[in-house]
Write a protein that binds this ligand. Structure first.
Ligand code: 13P
Length: 281
């Protein structure tokens, strides 16, 4: 299937109509990537496969883009290969050139005008090549940072409106209290803020930091307007612990493919559970 910006927009429109979210799964290599592809195909669910700049540094943008291109083309179910949390405009542009079909420019650490300027540069380049763009407003906490999200780094409605209007960005990650990494306290999401943003802003809203948010809270966020749920840590944790278990059980002389088959089975179970939650039925 050919994946381009209009297809992604259509998928988000369907999600808005149906009150569900598209799952976004972060991958680290080709094994977990194939687990995500299989889970999408077996459940017939469109998904984002997301790659952090860290993964680009480890594997190479050209190789990742080439594998993603074949993967997207060969799939009957829409699979959108996405660059996640990229602070560099140049890397976003390179990802567009190498075949990523969606990119997130994360300039949320910068003052609003600079965030807008960075997003605008990526949007201009990506839209001319039919690639979808996500930006962030407010600051979503990184893994390991202490305490709850400070009020001043939650998404501001006016800032969100300005960013969307001035850049034409396609999707918006909103800081509503979710955090990256496993939670060190009970997650606290600001549903009022979410609903307010959803009622004023047309572009799909994205919930980051899915791992560790209880199912009922994720569903409530979807009902409040979230159209993409990002999950990373839960997948990585399952993957790594499963590899450890498999080595423990089968011994270090076992072929990598057999160790990975075990890990993939466990990862797929986690993915399918998230797919079920995002469907919000
Ligand atoms: P978690 O790792 O907390 O699930 O967050 C993933 C994420 O938001 C990626 O953008």
């Amino acid at each position: 299937m050919i994946v381009d910006r209009s297809l992604v927009e259509m998928l988000f429109q369907e999600a808005e109509k149906g009150n569900y979210a598209i799952p976004h799964f972060n991958h680290s290599d080709f094994w977990d990537m194939s687990a995500i592809v299989e889970a999408a195909k077996e459940t017939k669910t469109p998904v984002f496969i997301a790659c952090l700049p860290k993964v680009i540094d480890a594997i190479g943008i050209e190789k990742l883009g080439a594998v993603a291109k074949i993967t997207m083309e060969q799939s009957d179910v829409p699979i959108i290969y996405h660059l996640d949390h990229c602070h560099s405009v140049e890397t976003c542009l390179a990802a567009v050139d190498y075949g990523y079909r969606s990119v997130m420019i994360d300039a949320a650490d910068l003052p609003l005008e600079e965030n807008i300027a960075a997003v605008k540069r990526v949007v201009d380049y990506a839209h001319a090549r039919n690639v979808h763009v996500e930006a962030e407003i407010g600051k979503i906490k990184s893994a390991g940072e202490e305490g709850y999200t400070p009020v001043e780094t939650l998404a501001g409605l006016e800032d969100a409106k300005t960013l969307v209007e001035e850049t034409g960005v396609d999707a918006l990650a909103v800081s509503i209290g979710s955090e990256h990494g496993f939670y060190q306290h009970t997650p606290k999401l600001d549903y009022d803020l979410l609903e307010k943003i959803h009622s004023h802003i047309q572009v799909p809203l994205v919930l980051h930091g899915g791992s560790g948010i209880p199912e009922e809270s994720v569903r409530r966020a979807i009902s409040g307007g979230i159209r993409k749920v990002n999950v990373g840590t839960h997948i990585r944790h399952t993957y790594i612990t499963s590899v450890g278990e498999a080595i423990q059980d089968m011994g270090p002389m076992t072929h990598t493919a057999d160790i990975m088959a075990y890990a993939k089975k466990n990862v797929k179970q986690v993915l399918k559970d998230w797919i079920r939650i995002c469907a919000n039925k």
